[in-house]
Design a protein around this ligand. Structure first.
Ligand code: SAH
Ligand code: SF4
Ligand code: F3S
Length: 472
């Protein structure tokens, strides 16, 4: 039984699915006669949530479109992690004024992390009258009920109450791809890094039961998916809220035990909870990709402390050395924030030094963005945007150089890749990923999509590798 995790009863989800039928009748949807558009911002968790929204919409009978003028219902699933993400969302929601004018019956919904913040829900209420329904991540499981209320009562609905969140099983899912699948194993975050909004909008850490996860993974493998990414804000704390004696490494082993040729990926790992047991398990599980995304955020110990990350740079480096001792071919990627309040030039240099020492295969770099209600928002922030930009540029240059050098090491080698889709370009028309997750462009027939093949790497740049089929 769960120690603290609240679960939504199955009967509730059945009721929601039943309400999808009611909506179908009310709107007289038959055979996809009405169209829905789901627009997703933010991280993979949000992508996974949008698959549930699409699942419900498909249950209601909607077809799908990417054209906002053709859509009868639009759902914008938002992100709040940085100001830039919020600005994009607000700009795009504002632009829906035109579509609603052209199609007055259009229903516009805004959901996700951004609207879970009180000030943002208020902003939508006051300044975006075209929006009919607003709901936070905790209310997603009852999207049909909320939508029905909008349709029946002809009024705007706002469902963004503060909540620690729950786990709901059985929501219908409509996945995007046929090769790669997201699989949420837990929700929320308890870490409260001082700059980050996620714990405030996504609630406390809640793990799904291991059997539910394994069953979903088995189904994905049976359906032919070849690349399964386990999702959580900090997968290393999987299971801590359950009394099951199953931690993340155990879960990896359970999924690795499912017969079939497929890869297991996961993100994100918090360095403070990455253990030797995890590295050992990864090394022993042949289906587990040799890739670790381990966000370091900064290479300076004072900054790491005020960020509330709970490790120092030496511990981080030691953990990576341990991981690499188990898996010498491990691909390591990271996230870094520059311009955290009060970060000096010398402190920033520590981050550069750490990057030179670790040599990440790829780095995702961000300029600090102040988030309302987080502790960092109240810290003195004396450095100018220009100074931060200069640091950001220096870091990007370092990141690109190292990625380019690492990619060059693949040239002339033969690697096994999974072909996952088309690039939409002539010449190198297929995209694929190595076991470690590096992007490889290929020339080949689309029938290769979904297959593992060997390719010889012939060229590379900062962002990608280029390959030729072996014997081809
Ligand atoms: N749970 C994941 C990260 C989720 S957010 C983890 O802890 O690793 C993804 C990345 O966005 C973070 O790793 C961080 O680098 C960046 N980020 C989060 N909040 C930010 C902020 N306020 N300003 C700039 N970057 C931020
Ligand atoms: Fe944000 Fe930190 Fe949680 Fe990641 S671990 S989601 S950075 S609070
Ligand atoms: Fe953004 Fe929410 Fe993900 S804030 S990064 S969509 S958890």
């Amino acid at each position: 039984m769960a120690k603290s995790t609240k679960t939504i009863d199955n009967s509730e989800i059945y009721r929601q699915i039943g309400l999808c039928g009611t909506i179908r009748e009310k709107l007289q949807i038959d055979e996809k006669s009405l169209l829905a558009m789901v627009d997703t911002y933010g991280c993979q968790q949000n992508e996974a949530d949008s698959e549930k929204i699409r699942g419900y919409l498909a249950e209601m009978g909607f077809g799908f479109t990417q054209d906002e003028f053709a859509a009868d219902i639009i759902v914008v699933n938002t992100c709040a992690v940085r100001e830039h993400a919020e600005m994009r969302v607000l700009g795009n929601v504002g632009a829906l004024n035109h579509t609603k004018k052209a199609k007055p019956g259009q229903i516009i919904c805004v959901c996700g992390c951004m609207v879970q913040q009180e000030h943002m829900a208020r902003k939508i209420k006051m300044s975006y009258p075209i929006v009919d329904l607003v709901f936070g991540p905790h209310e997603l499981w009852r999207f049909p009920e909320l939508l029905l209320e909008v349709i029946e009562r002809h009024k705007r609905i706002f469902a963004t109450e503060k909540d620690d969140g729950a786990v709901a099983e059985g929501i219908p899912l409509r996945r995007d791809g046929k090769v790669k699948a997201w699989l949420s194993i837990m929700y929320g975050c308890n870490n409260f890094c001082s700059y980050c909004i996620v714990p405030y909008v996504r609630g406390r850490e809640r793990s799904r039961q291991p059997e539910d996860i394994v069953r979903e993974a088995e189904r994905l493998v049976a359906e032919g998916y070849k690349d399964i990414t386990l999702l959580g804000q900090n997968v290393n704390s999987y299971g801590k809220d359950l009394d099951r004696g199953v931690d993340f490494a155990d879960l990896l082993r359970m999924i690795n035990g499912i017969p079939g040729d497929f890869l297991i990926r996961f993100m994100t790992s918090h360095p403070k909870d990455a253990t030797e047991k995890l590295f050992k398990t990864m090394a022993e599980c042949e289906k587990c990709a040799r890739h670790l995304h381990l966000p370091v955020q900064s290479g300076n110990d004072r900054i790491l402390k005020v960020m509330n990350r709970n490790y120092d740079s030496a511990t981080y480096i030691k953990k990576l050395e341990l991981a690499r001792s188990y898996m010498p071919d491990l691909v390591v990627t990271t996230d870094i924030i520059v311009g955290f309040p009060g970060e000096t030039d010398e402190e920033f240099r520590d981050t550069l030094r750490l990057c030179e020492k670790v040599r990440f295969d790829a780095m995702f770099t961000f300029i600090y963005s102040k988030r309302v209600g987080t502790p960092a928002a109240n810290m003195p922030d004396p450095y100018s945007r220009e100074e931060k930009q200069a640091h950001f540029d220096a870091l990007t240059e370092t990141a690109n150089r190292i990625s380019g050098e690492k990619h060059r090491e693949y040239e002339g080698k033969t690697v096994r890749v999974l072909v996952d889709g088309e690039t939409g370009r002539e010449g190198y028309n297929l995209s694929s990923r190595t076991n470690g997750g590096r992007l490889v462009h290929l020339k080949g027939d689309t029938s290769l999509i979904g297959q593992f093949i060997n390719v010889r790497i012939t060229a590379s740049n900062t962002w990608a590798l280029y390959g030729e089929l072996e014997n081809g």
